[in-house]
Design a protein around this ligand. Structure first.
Ligand code: CA
Ligand code: CA
Length: 266
């Protein structure tokens, strides 16, 4: 039999002939190798007290430069406000938070360092309970002095200047703010929440509009080596959120946060 590893750039019919198998079977193998990424589950939050405790991932958080990216589906528009993500230090002098402001129906992306809070705010109604999944992203770079926010891969508001102060988060929640005693939890779905130790470019964020394997560079996306957190919901068991990165900082689903088979399609 011919050495199949030597075959390059030939018609699939010839590969099938050499291997002595049907074309359909070769196609199946190729499909498994190159189109194996699937998305089957998301996290579902009840809007009462559900959230994900991601404190374990603080060790992988880069305060100097990074990105948060998540896919959200809002279940009910309007008040009250609903938090998607919050990472903060103990006295709330520094934080990054993303929430839906219920009475304003606006998205707020906040980056606070040394007591100065920078808000990137969407137009009213940008996110609604429209039954669709949407993407939420923010990037920060203290060397560039920039905080940027994106909704469905379009930059929200203008780039905000941020300072270079150092800080150390102690709380990191997904689906809730940083202070669960005055909780304004998320209501709806969140999927594929991810963190990088670099600020993704606008082209990369556009490349992530459809869920892809974040551990492999593809197209305009070239930051797989900077991925420091990725909870997929796919394959999670018990109350565990499996971190798919080599950091391996698994998180915990709290107060009944459940898994749903409603997930953004790939
Ligand atoms: Ca998923
Ligand atoms: Ca609950």
């Amino acid at each position: 039999m011919a050495d199949i590893s030597k075959i390059t750039n030939v018609a699939i019919e010839n590969v099938a002939k050499v291997c002595g198998v049907a074309v359909a079977n070769i196609a199946k193998v190729i499909n498994n190798i190159y189109v194996s990424f699937a998305n089957t589950h998301s996290y579902l939050f009840d809007g009462t007290d559900d959230y994900i405790n991601a404190t374990s991932a603080i060790s992988a958080f880069d305060k100097d430069e990074g990105t948060f990216h998540l896919r959200v589906k809002l279940a009910v528009a309007g008040a009250p406000s609903k938090f998607m993500l919050g990472i903060a230090d103990g006295n709330n002098a520094n934080f990054i938070r993303i929430f839906y402001h219920g009475s304003q129906t606006k998205l707020y992306f906040q980056c606070k360092t040394a007591g100065t809070n920078k808000n990137a705010v969407s137009s009213a109604g940008a996110l609604g309970a429209d039954g669709n999944w949407h993407t939420i992203c923010c990037t920060w770079s203290r060397s560039a002095g920039e905080f940027k926010a994106y909704f469905d891969a379009t930059q929200v508001s203008t780039t905000k200047p941020i300072g270079s102060s150092t800080w150390s988060p102690t709380v990191f929640n997904i689906g809730a703010n940083q202070n669960t005693s005055s909780n304004v939890p998320w209501r709806g779905g969140i999927d594929e929440p991810a963190m990088w130790s670099s600020a993704l470019t606008a082209a990369e964020i556009t490349a992530l509009e459809t869920p892809i394997d974040l551990l492999a560079d593809s197209g305009d996306y070239s930051s797989s080596s900077n991925l420091t957190m990725w909870y997929r919901a796919d394959g999670d068991t018990g109350t565990n959120c499996d971190d798919h990165t080599s950091e391996n900082n698994d998180a915990t689903r709290v107060n009944g946060t459940s898994l749903s088979t409603d997930a953004p399609s790939t």
